[in-house]
Design a protein around this ligand. Sequence first.
Ligand code: G6P
Ligand code: MN
Length: 447
Amino acid sequence: MKLTILGGGGFRVPLVYGALLGDHAEGRVTHVTLHDLDAGRLSAIARVLAEQGAGVPDAPVVTATTDLDEALRGADFVFSAIRVGGLEGRAADERIALAEGVLGQETVGAGGIAYGLRTVPVATHVARRVAALAPDAWVINFTNPAGLVTEAMSRVLGDRVVGICDSPVGLGRRVARILGADPDEAWIDYVGLNHLGWLRGLHVGGRDQLPRLLADEQALGSFEEGRLFGPEWLRSLGAIPNEYLHYYYFNREAVHAYRQAERTRGAYLLDQQAGFYREMGKADTPPLAAWHRTLADREATYMAANREAAGIGERDEEDLESGGYEKVALALMRAVARNERATLILNVRNRGTLSVLDADAVVEVPCFVDATGAHPVTVAPLPYHAVGLVTAVKGVEREVLAAAESGSRATAVKAFALHPLVDSVAVARRLLDGYTDEHPGLAYLRS
Ligand code: G6P
Ligand code: MN
């Protein structure tokens, strides 16, 4: 079984490889091909993987290439985890938005739109190459903004592409832990779009345990989302929102904290990651130790500005061990390759799941997965306030996809202007000008 990882020089690749090393069953991945545009990043990550695999007798063989077609030929699975424009791009996305007083986060608001506009054309190209060279491969998309990018790829690959995020799993795990439930046994009623969803119930033995949590003030204040949103707001909603909804429900405070911060997340990571890859260029750097250190630092500072805005402290110890997107990816691969049935929260085409969206809209919902693919399960309808956000943001995503296809600036302006976190058409126009001045990857927006 061959797995190709696009963005194979990326920092999180060792998480995936670590998960593969724990799989010894028949039908496991035996070959990993890393693809990246940057040979230096590839060799840095290859060094980490070599140390991880040392002494593991059935460790998957690793090869690396900068040639996309070569990487894709013969792939059974393709992980796509690319970052178009790099962390420089991410930092610029934040800076330009914040200068206009709006949020520049990489997946939410203006920043997410800018990132989506430069990523969609590249992801579409990748999808076409997969369709041509590895038509039977399953594509697992991690590339952010994950819902939008998965939808772009699904226009080429249909249901052969599935998007992944670890935030719903992390949320489900935290809520289960507090309720004393086993997250693998519980049925987690989580619905929405990527980074825009709500946990509305957690059922054990057919009974919803969430009301018990909502009634317990102390328990509500004892986990990440409870502290971020506050018990009172969670009770008002009657659900636990994904942490990314902090950008919506406390937008003013989040933008303020981002502006106050010494450096934005992107600027911080740009420095941190450059340091890591530089260190890896030196022969005497112990690869795995350097990687672990950098990872711990990255995890500890995740969403720091939001936690600052909410006036809450550090992350919980349990949340620091990386969130497990690699576990979701592995479970998904096993389910598909070996028909090991699983229920996973994934980004897939809606079909009829959420009646307010059309069949092709990619949504993030629980899915039954087996050798035939990921099938969204029937869920209860969303309340109107959630329908409002979900349909508004899906509307924005559709404008991004249309702009990426046509190169129309007016359509790109429409995408920014219609976002609930962009408060003026005039701001939307300036944002597009700012972003196109900055990013060569947006040069296609001409007409
Ligand atoms: C969470 C999100 C991902 C995101 C990751 C990294 O896991 O669900 O979509 O890529 O955090 O955040 P960072 O700010 O460390 O790049
Ligand atoms: Mn995510």
